[in-house]
Design a protein around this ligand. Structure first.
Ligand SMILES: NC(=O)c1ccc[n+]([C@@H]2O[C@H](COP(=O)([O-])OP(=O)(O)OC[C@H]3O[C@@H](n4cnc5c(N)ncnc54)[C@H](O)[C@@H]3O)[C@@H](O)[C@H]2O)c1
Length: 261
């Protein structure tokens, strides 16, 4: 007879940003499978609702629980919005999220010599300021209610090693590592752990925009010989969200198939 493994996140409420696509959707599905209730947030509200539908809940109205889960539309880069989002989530579930996974992110690739200030600002606003605003709002909600938590920010291996055509993206992702380490130092006394994940190249709509020639070249450089699957990142998020990683904070976990080790 197969042994039933215990659900690792049975009493958790998880807020996932960027939940309408790629890694964020895979993370939402995986956390729900481990027993968490999921607040799925995306700039694209319809995509967030579709994620909630995939989670199996009947509800699809924004901000209304579908089974254990609910969808929210929000732009994480907009001042005041993440704080409002946290209030909405708290009102919906009667508690702050104990797991917060920031997956919302964008690219606006261009070589340094030609990059516009607008492309720089937009990527920093979503990828770095957005994570600052969400991390701050979530930490404030947890501290003021005396709850412990696990905050997981999706950075990138590019934040560590750089990448052609991505000065804005690499800077934003390097910033996420420093932000997360500092948050880990400040929030440990409140029982809140903060870690970042550095994915390599993962097959999602974001990498579908990369020319095939470039993807083929990258794939040849990956020791494991293939792009990652969003599920590979979701597995590590689940570990960092659960008490299995109870003594880990301030870490940057690479999920790259060995690329740039
Ligand atoms: N795919 C990869 O190879 C890879 C590698 C390293 C890191 N990452 C990071 O992982 C995260 C998820 O990437 P993905 O590949 O799943 O991309 P994706 O494009 O499939 O999904 C990103 C999601 O973020 C949402 N989003 C964008 N701007 C937003 C905003 N302002 N507010 C709220 N939501 C917003 C989008 O609507 C989309 O649903 C990103 O932070 C990305 O930088 C991806």
């Amino acid at each position: 007879m197969a042994t039933q493994l215990p659900l690792r996140l049975r009493s958790a409420l998880a807020l996932v940003t960027g939940a309408g696509s790629g890694i964020g959707r895979a993370v939402s599905l995986r956390l729900a499978r481990e027993g968490a209730a999921v607040a799925a947030c995306d700039l694209d509200g319809a995509a967030a609702q579709e994620t909630v539908r995939l989670l199996g809940g009947p509800g699809s109205k924004e901000g209304a629980p579908g089974g254990n889960h609910a969808a929210f539309q929000a732009d994480v880069s907009e001042a005041g919005t993440p704080r409002r989002l946290l209030k909405q989530v708290q009102a919906c579930f009667s508690r702050p999220p104990s797991v917060v996974v920031s997956c919302a992110g964008i690219t606006r690739d261009e070589f340094l010599l030609h990059m516009t200030e607008d492309d720089w600002d937009k990527v920093i606003a979503v990828n770095l300021k957005g994570i600052f605003l969400v991390t701050q709002a979530a930490a404030q909600a947890l501290v003021s209610s005396g709850c412990h938590g696990s905050i997981i920010n999706i950075s990138s291996i590019v934040g560590k090693v750089g990448n052609m055509g991505q000065t804005n993206y690499a800077a934003s992702k390097a910033g996420v590592i420093g932000l997360t380490q500092t948050a880990a130092r400040e929030l440990a006394r409140h029982g809140i752990r903060c870690n970042s994940i550095l994915p390599g190249f993962i097959a999602t709509p974001m990498t579908q925009k990369v020319p095939q020639k470039v993807l083929d070249k990258v794939t040849r450089m990956i020791p494991m010989g293939h792009l990652g699957d969003p599920q590979d990142v979701a597995d590590v998020v689940t570990f960092l969200a659960s008490e299995d990683s109870g003594y880990i904070t301030g870490a940057s976990v690479e999920v790259t198939g060995g690329l740039f080790m």
